[in-house]
Design a protein around this ligand. Structure first.
Ligand code: GLP
Length: 240
């Protein structure tokens, strides 16, 4: 289902409403929020509601979506830095051991993937996932041509991702790999919101909405999941 919002603020409010009502029903829900720019407004809105006592995250669980291999929290622009600085550390009463995040500097990345998979399995799957869409249609670091039937795994970054990545960092980084939840466990999430904002996402949103599910545009694969909603603002939704 495609839903258009006036702007990125109203989109963030709608996502926050969904998370708020989920936590009322299931206080210990497992929530996953993407890194990158798209979810920043939603994070701010959730923090605001938490400070006002409207949303209680004290029993909630969180899992990371992805990370650049080689980066940790000390690098501004890493997924870990984004999630911790703008979200987890801003919330009252979050239990640190309820947060499971990819360590992009782990020496054994396969073991790191298994650790994340186990955390998700032990919680009975992801209850709510907020995803952004890459300029090439990627979801997390599931790049075009992604295998569909995998859980957390290490990825070779696509050329488009390598070009776009400089927007996150204030230095040139020779990054070649990502570590990401896989499409299998993403598609199994009980509620999925794929969000896109801003004019630069208009073309990929058009391709995503108009295409049949194909591994060439990983975002289209989420059409196969019954609980997927595509949330766009006016600019990102200008062609659909
Ligand atoms: C990035 C990240 C994803 C993100 C997506 C869109 O490369 N790996 O977690 O959701 O691409 O990013 P943005 O929201 O900055 O456009």
């Amino acid at each position: 289902m495609l839903k258009k919002f006036q702007n990125d603020e109203t989109l963030a409010e709608a996502v926050s409403d969904q998370i708020e009502s989920l936590l009322q029903k299931k206080p210990d829900a497992l929530i996953c929020i993407a890194g990158g720019e798209t979810p920043l407004k939603t994070m701010a809105e959730l923090v605001r509601r938490n400070k006002k006592g409207k949303i209680d995250f004290s029993k909630a669980y969180f899992v990371g979506l992805d990370e650049w291999v080689g980066l940790g929290r000390e690098t501004k622009g890493s997924c870990r830095q984004t999630l911790y600085d703008y979200f987890y550390d801003q919330l009252d009463n979050v239990q640190p051991d309820h947060i499971c995040f990819f360590d992009g500097k782990a020496s054994d990345l396969d073991t790191e993937c298994k650790r994340i998979d186990t955390f998700i399995e032990e919680r009975g799957g992801i209850d709510f996932i907020l995803l952004g869409v890459g300029m090439n249609g990627h979801i997390g670091f599931n790049e075009p041509g992604v295998p569909v039937d995998v859980n957390a795994h290490v990825v070779d970054l696509d050329d488009v991702t390598k070009k776009v990545m400089s927007k996150y960092f204030d230095q040139d980084l020779p990054l070649t790999n990502g570590i990401s939840l896989g499409m299998k466990q993403i598609e199994q999430a009980k509620e999925i919101v794929v969000a896109a904002t801003g004019a630069k996402k208009a073309e990929i949103i058009e391709r995503t909405i108009q295409s049949e599910p194909t591994t060439e545009i990983p975002a289209t694969l989420l059409k196969n999941a019954p609980n997927t909603q595509f949330f766009v603002d006016q600019e990102a939704g200008a062609r659909v």
